[in-house]
Design a protein around this ligand. Sequence first.
Ligand SMILES: [Zn+2]
Length: 133
Amino acid sequence: MSFESVTPARYARFMPQRYRLEANYCAKCDLHHFPPRQICKCGNKELETRTLPDEGEVLTYTIIHTPGSQFSDERPFAIGIIELATGARITAQIADTPFDEIEIGMRVKIEFRRIQTVGEAGVLAYGYKVVSM
Ligand SMILES: [Zn+2]
């Protein structure tokens, strides 16, 4: 595979599941597991792979003032638990929103962003953040 042949769509297929918002769904329990798991808590192993919606609302949030060193260039920042339309929940940074405008129930959209700089070489790591809609 040459470098030129890697289109964004192809690249996405090689990305970890958590960046693609892929969950496993148990039809017996009507429950999405994210991150995905092989077996539901009910014992069902016949789980469907489903892509989660990229919109949801803030269930709760907090402002982080003293993060781990790899996130120190971004402090302070807001972290929220986001409930997606399917009922699945993710934890993500709430970006581009003044802290006094963040509120429980606020509609947000998931975006794929740089989340940290790893090590002295400055390798960028990507993941999702959410922004106000
Ligand atoms: Zn189940």
